[in-house]
Design a protein around this ligand. Structure first.
Ligand code: ADP
Length: 438
């Protein structure tokens, strides 16, 4: 009897132990997924759920360029199944192309750029050919990964199919472009007729009518400027802005431009100063410009750069009642810097970072009466971006503002090289033309 009781008690203990093990295992398993309230508590499970459910493509690449993680979002976008993409070189899967359908070079690649810059790089204008050869617009951000010893560990890339958004943007831009183009012509005609009505050599009107027509004329001019700016900005946005870069000596360009500004500044009784490489030239005092200056070569379309500097000058004049506008040109070995400084109304710090956004106008008692479209600085930035430059502003409310444009500077040798290549191109074109005409 005693041995039977011992066996029974032993059996009960073993069953109890198994039950306990099962109980704790279940508990451990539960704590890995979700508790009774449905909260996910394990970090791994949380990450997996996020990676599996988000729409964005997420891809982890190791230091050998091999894909280690490719989430379902990435599969949906690219057409590559997770198991096909994982374990192969990322370049076989993420083959980006540009607007013209040309494959990205290493210089264009956000991966190489991120590795070189050791910083996150975003490319919102990339195109991608899916596995089924459909071209989509891709917005891709790449972050390089480094360990504590600064050793490269790989990349994390997050991308999104933005084809629908880009199509909508294009339709909107097309509409604005067509509408402003179509409306510019009748507005120009109205402006012309109003000018004739206001011209006492052509028309006879009483003072009351003159007052009305003057206001109509001012507003029509504003409308014409708005349509012109809309057209320019929509062209700048989709790369249709005419751009014929050549080697330009920025010193000559700025001197000529400032001479043109002189008349406009004098009409408003504003002093205009030109500073070339640190030299001071008081143009408003009528002194001629005679400065031994360094040559600042840039590869830009002079028409576009003049347009950008003109916008800065026009703003400086618009937003300055008294004092001085100073236009400066300096640089170092690699950068040319154009500066337009005024002693005008200034800008509050919270507005400075938004100035280059489309339609951004500061609305306060000082600006409300000054006409504008909010497109000038947007256009300026688009032009400067086109040449790999940078534009920014510094300002103090009530003291004045300074706008800077930095452009890449060419050495004299580079300038000569580009000039001779462009001249040769001209010869080839001329030869071809003459052969064709023969
Ligand atoms: P706008 O046609 O309104 O002048 P911009 O894009 O050229 O459009 O400028 C955007 C806004 O930035 C202006 O509305 C104005 O409030 C502010 N701004 C630009 N330049 C200056 C300046 N030199 N001084 C003060 N405010 C300026």
């Amino acid at each position: 009897m005693v041995p039977q009781i011992v066996v029974l008690i032993g059996g009960i203990i073993i069953v109890a132990l198994i039950a306990l093990v099962i109980f704790f295992e279940r508990k451990a398993a539960n704590s890995n997924s979700s508790d009774d309230s449905g909260n996910y508590s394990s970090e791994n499970i949380k990450s997996e759920i996020i990676l599996n459910s988000i729409d964005d493509g997420v891809m982890l690449v190791d230091a050998n360029n091999t894909i280690q993680l490719f989430n379902p979002g990435a599969s949906r976008i690219t057409g590559w199944k997770t198991e096909e993409a994982t374990g192969i070189d990322y370049k076989a899967v993420i083959n980006l192309i540009d607007q013209k359908g040309e494959p990205y070079t290493d210089q264009d690649s956000p991966f190489i750029k991120a590795l070189t810059a050791k910083a996150a790089i975003r490319d919102s204008d990339a195109f991608y050919q899916t596995k089924s050869k459909t071209t989509i617009s891709l917005d891709i951000g790449v972050t390089p990964l480094f360990d504590d010893e600064e050793e490269f560990q790989g990349y994390i890339a997050i991308f999104r199919d933005v084809s629908a958004k880009k199509r909508e943007e294009q339709q909107r831009a097309d509409f604005i472009s067509t509408a402003s183009h179509e409306m510019r012509t009748p507005v120009a005609a109205i402006e012309g007729y109003l000018s004739l009505a206001l011209n006492s050599n052509v028309s006879t009107i009483d003072n009351k009518a003159r007052g009305f027509l003057l206001r109509a004329h001012e507003n029509t001019k504003h409308l014409g400027k708005l349509f012109q700016d809309l057209l320019t900005s929509s062209k700048a946005e989709d790369g249709r802005l005419e751009n014929n870069p050549s080697v330009v000596e920025m010193g000559d360009l700025i001197v000529n431009l400032v001479n043109d500004f002189k008349v406009i500044a004098e009409a408003k009784n504003i002093n205009l100063e030109l500073l070339l490489g640190g030299e001071r030239n008081a143009l408003s005092e009528g002194k001629s410009i005679n400065v031994v200056k360094p040559l600042y070569f840039a590869h830009v379309d002079p028409i576009r750069i003049k347009e950008a500097v003109y916008i800065l000058f026009d703003n400086a004049l618009k937003y300055t009642d008294t004092g001085k506008i100073s236009v400066g040109l300096t640089g170092n070995e690699t950068v040319i810097q154009v500066r337009v400084q005024d002693t005008g109304i200034g800008i509050e710090p919270e507005n400075v970072n938004h100035l280059f956004q489309k339609f951004y106008r500061i609305d306060n008692s000082q600006t409300r009466t000054i006409g504008g479209t909010g497109l000038g600085l947007f256009i300026c930035k688009k032009i400067v971006d086109m040449y790999g430059g940078r534009i920014w502003a510094e300002s103090e409310k009530g003291v004045g503002s300074t706008f800077y444009i930095n452009l890449p500077r060419l050495s004299s040798a580079q300038a000569e090289d580009i000039k001779s290549r462009e001249a040769n191109k001209g010869v080839v074109i001329n030869n071809t033309t003459s052969q064709q005409s023969n």
